[in-house]
Design a protein around this ligand. Structure first.
Ligand code: NAP
Length: 290
């Protein structure tokens, strides 16, 4: 960013906490490379302040916001209209502020997850075998819809609270089967991929680690968690010979369509935003172990 002018286009990310968000690093690097007169900044309102922030920014005071925890459901509620995928996910990670004062919601998390598979497990066909999703929170719900859209013949949803997984099955329809953690070996049997959409898998006997035991050789393992980049789940999966996909790649891939929605052009491929994000995470030196 060279300078701020009276014509500078503003976009940002809203979350609480937002301090450690990677999004400003990605978007500002892309802005600098394109030469767009724009800036991308963080917002961290209280829960009560979130709807007031969205209301106050109407009329394109900002081009748009990325939305992270805990505001994704509130973002969908605050919008005037929403994409099909945001409605299916029941949450929005993108708000676009239109010049006519309306707000449009979208959800690019699923696109980010599918893009991460394409980038880091390029030979894998998600439509070839059932996919296991661990976790039925907001991220799990978005993942199930995106995997069905990508042609997964069956999504096996594993969650501690069965009612939450059943609610997703009822809401989305399609070939979804629900399992408790006690039946995780049944869920992983014959699966082609496993996605961790819980914040677990970080320590010794967390349930996601146990899930690896029943997974067929060659099945791809993805973890949405990216702090640390190489979670215990991914380390154990790699040691067992499974191809792995990390959460940072998902984060970068979900940011691409957001940038396009805010600034009207695709981010330049010439910028290595992954290297910038790795440096910010203090993970640059570990990248070579992938
Ligand atoms: P969430 O709505 O709070 O859901 C948390 C999930 O974890 C639920 O399924 C919950 O099960 C499960 N869980 C929590 N503690 C557990 C325990 N002790 N034992 C068993 N299950 C437990 O969170 P979320 O928004 O879905 O996010 C999940 C993770 O994905 C977070 O780490 C987030 O940072 C990450 N994420 C990454 C990206 C990316 O771009 N890389 C994007 C979105 C999210 P119950 O339903 O039983 O409570």
């Amino acid at each position: 960013m060279s300078r701020i002018t009276g014509a500078t286009a503003v976009a940002g990310v809203v979350g609480r906490p937002v301090r450690h968000s990677m999004s400003p690093i990605l978007h500002n690097a892309w802005l600098a490379a394109t030469g767009i007169d724009g800036v991308y900044v963080p917002f961290s309102p209280t829960a009560e302040g979130f709807p007031a922030l969205v209301a106050g920014l109407r009329g394109a005071s900002v081009r748009g916001l990325n939305v992270t925890l805990p505001f994704k459901e509130a973002a969908l509620a605050a919008a005037d209209r929403a994409s099909e995928r945001a409605l299916r996910a029941g949450a929005a990670n993108v708000l676009v502020f239109e010049a006519d004062g309306t707000v449009r919601a979208d959800n690019t998390d699923g696109e980010g997850m599918i893009g991460a598979f394409a980038a880091q497990a390029p030979g894998h066909d998600l439509a070839a075998a059932p996919v296991v999703v661990l976790g039925a929170g907001g991220a799990g719900r978005g993942a199930v819809g995106a995997l069905l859209d990508a042609g997964a013949p069956e999504v096996r949803l594993v969650n501690r609270t069965l009612a939450k997984a059943e609610a997703i099955k009822d809401r989305l329809g399609g070939p979804i089967r629900v399992f408790g953690w006690d039946a995780v070996a049944e869920a992983t049997s014959g699966a082609g991929a496993l996605v961790n959409a819980t914040a677990l898998g970080l320590e010794g006997r967390d349930p996601p680690l146990a899930a690896l035991e029943g997974l067929p050789p060659g099945a791809v393992v993805m973890d949405m968690v990216y702090k640390p980049l190489r979670t215990a789940l991914l380390a154990q999966a790699a040691a067992a010979g499974h191809p792995t996909v990390d959460g940072l790649e998902m984060l970068i891939r979900q940011a691409v369509p957001s940038f396009e929605a805010f600034f009207g052009q695709a981010p330049p491929a010439s910028v290595d935003v992954r290297a910038l994000a790795l440096a910010a995470l203090g993970e640059a030196a570990k990248e070579t172990v992938r």
